[in-house]
Design a protein around this ligand. Structure first.
Ligand SMILES: Nc1ncnc2c1ncn2[C@@H]1O[C@H](COP(=O)(O)OP(=O)(O)O)[C@@H](O)[C@H]1O
Ligand SMILES: [Mg+2]
Length: 356
């Protein structure tokens, strides 16, 4: 049915993106790699949701799932990834490939960590930008070129009408990342997935790129799913945060919840690992001891338990017996931990004081 009253929830989806119970595994000779397990999250227009976790926790697998970019011969997916498209909804997991391809670049776009490997070295960037536009606007070459120049200008590339004819190697790292952002924006997508967009850049350029993304987000009222291992980046831009460990979300909440009222021991560990500036005082950087588990033979209990300094505060044996559910007494703030929620803030605060 066409939407008669704009903005009154005609769309059958309240959010731009709703991931529900996503599971992704890769069968291998050694067994199935359970890269993502039971992940749910949502993203609204104008909002930035961060997924944070250490390397190997399943962040990129999640972002590729939303883009429908897994090779379905080597990846097994279940659950649903609902994306709003006008009045309709597409499920990236179960709808046919043609429908998903039609969303890519137009409704949902992605920028990757390493712009050099995503840009073809032999083609002028103008042609590479135009390509994504032409997929959804066949034959409109002049329009595509004009749009490429407009987008390069928007992302702060000086003399865009001239630079459109340059090759990727003629741009610095930061400028290449701007080109990648321009490329992602060619069709004014509703959702931008940014997978470690600033990891390869130095800190000053990183800040400029994040500021640019925020400016563009405002202009287009875009929803951004920001994937990062860097809590500094999260602090700068995220409204809500999902913390991932070994393929599971271990804590979800507003950025304030995560930074000021962390409820999962893994989040506390991540926060303690952030370098602090303290003049005249030598500081040893904290890092969480131990290694993440193998994703092939996940233990039946909490995957973080072998590294957790709080398991003694949970009922005896519970951490090894079962994975705790995502629960929380404050609305919108949930975490996985067997130790009693009411006791955790005092426990974490005590430990933090000792670490300082
Ligand atoms: N195609 C694949 N086949 C087998 N294992 C994979 C594949 N892609 C990713 N993985 C595994 O899934 C886990 C999560 O990977 P990834 O999402 O890339 O982590 P990150 O959080 O660092 O982005 C890793 O253990 C990785 O080795
Ligand atoms: Mg990754």
């Amino acid at each position: 049915m066409p939407c008669l009253i704009q903005g009154l929830g005609c769309n059958s989806l309240e959010n731009l993106l709703e991931i529900k119970d996503l599971r992704v595994s890769f069968p291998t000779d050694d067994g199935d790699v359970h890269a993502v397990d039971n992940l749910s999250l949502s993203l609204k227009a104008g909002e930035t949701v961060a997924i944070v976790g250490e390397s190997g926790s399943g962040k990129t697998v999640t972002s590729l799932s939303v883009m429908g970019l897994h090779n379905l011969r080597s990846a097994k997916l279940s659950g649903s990834i609902l994306i709003a498209d006008g009045d309709g909804v597409v499920d990236v997991v179960s709808d046919d490939q043609e429908k998903v391809r039609n969303l890519r670049g137009r409704v949902v776009s992605m920028i990757f960590q390493d712009p050099m490997s995503s840009l073809h070295p032999y083609f002028k960037i103008g042609n590479q930008l135009a390509e994504g536009y032409l997929v959804h606007n066949p034959g409109k070459k002049a329009e595509a070129k004009a749009r490429a120049i407009e987008m390069l200008d928007l992302v702060g590339i000086p003399e865009p009408a001239k630079r459109v004819n340059d090759f990727p190697h003629q741009f610095s790292g930061g400028m290449r990342q701007r080109v990648m952002i321009a490329m992602a924006l060619m069709n004014t997508p509703k959702i931008l997935i940014a997978d470690e967009p600033t990891t390869a850049l130095d800190v000053t350029v990183q800040a400029q790129i994040l500021t640019l993304m925020q400016k563009i987000q405002k202009e287009f009222n875009m929803g951004i799913l920001l994937i990062t291992h860097d809590l500094g980046v999260v602090a700068q831009v995220a409204d809500r945060v999902s913390v991932m460990y070994a393929g599971n979300i271990v804590e979800q909440g507003s950025a304030e919840d995560i930074f000021y009222r962390p409820m999962a021991p893994y989040t506390v560990g991540l926060l303690q690992s952030v370098p602090k500036i303290s003049y005249g005082k030598k500081e040893r950087l904290f890092s969480i001891g131990g290694q993440p588990p193998s994703l092939i033979n996940l233990p039946p209990g909490c995957a973080f338990a072998p590294r957790c300094t709080y398991s003694k505060n949970a009922p005896a044996g519970s951490c090894d017996a079962s994975l705790p559910n995502l629960t929380g007494v404050t609305s919108g703030h949930v975490s996985r931990c067997h130790s009693p929620e009411a006791q955790r803030p005092a426990l974490f605060a005590h430990n933090q004081e000792r670490a300082n």
